[in-house]
Ligand binder design. Structure first.
Ligand SMILES: [Zn+2]
Length: 248
């Protein structure tokens, strides 16, 4: 946690889960170790590096917490635990920026989020992306329910504006054809399988390009007095409004 210089009791959270599935059924090659290199060592590494960047920068006005939760794969248990027993009040938690299974390949021209729940936090992310020359595409598979399947959700359902960043599929090198193919390949051959392991071909150029966007999103909020709210038709808006008096 980096304590805010002016409003330390107001908190921005960056989150990522560090667990994966452990040791389990062998795959065709006999491998039983579920490494989780993409899901979610990438998000964990991103969390550490964003934390490092904040530690080196001038202290922000609000506090910033780096929350590396566990047991996400068993049903969001870590983030559910934190949000049910928060160290810093949720009513004064400005936003949650979650990172789960980032793309370790090259740069993309677009990005997405898990679910497309409308909020001023998402608007701010879209603006930050635009400033970096990137296009936002809404969740391409809302029927898969990804919005409800990562660590931002226990916060969202308690009213805290929260989103989970997703890498893009329109690669600078190869366009959507290459990006979509890599996504399908990952889901078919590595997602939640022992083969989700480090690969010497990974360049991480996309993460290097994208993570400053998430840094700026959190840093801007941490140096403002804004409280982003959910969209007008969001099911989470009323829950957030119920604690409005605690933000005055
Ligand atoms: Zn994950």
């Amino acid at each position: 946690r980096i304590e805010g210089s002016k409003r330390p009791d107001e908190t921005i959270i960056y989150s990522a889960h560090w667990d994966h599935l452990g040791v389990g059924l062998a795959d065709a090659s006999g491998d039983t170790i579920y490494n989780g290199a993409v899901d979610n060592a990438t998000g964990t590494a991103a969390l550490i590096e964003i934390g490092r960047a904040f530690a080196k920068a001038p202290r922000p006005q609000r506090s910033v917490v780096f929350l590396n939760v566990t047991a996400e794969e068993k049903g969001l248990l870590g983030s559910e635990y934190y949000s049910s027993k928060p160290l810093y009040p949720l009513a004064r938690t400005v936003a949650v920026i979650n990172m789960d299974a980032l793309d370790p390949f090259g740069e993309s021209r677009n990005f997405t989020t898990s679910g497309s729940a409308q909020s001023e936090l998402l608007d701010a992310l879209v603006d930050e992306g635009k400033a970096a020359g990137m296009t936002y595409v809404s969740d391409r598979h809302p029927e898969a329910g990804y919005f409800f399947r990562s660590d931002h959700f226990p916060f969202a359902k308690r009213g805290v504006p929260a989103l989970s960043w997703g890498s893009g599929n329109d690669w600078v090198d190869g366009g959507t054809e290459a990006g979509e193919a890599a996504g399908k390949d990952y889901v078919a051959k590595r997602y939640h399988q022992p083969a989700d392991e480090w690969d010497a071909n990974w360049t991480f150029a996309g993460m290097v390009h994208d993570l400053p966007i998430l840094y700026r999103l959190g840093n801007d909020l941490a140096n403002s007095t804004r409280w982003p709210q959910w969209g007008a038709d969001s099911e989470f808006r009323a829950i957030r409004e119920a604690t409005a008096a605690q933000r005055e």
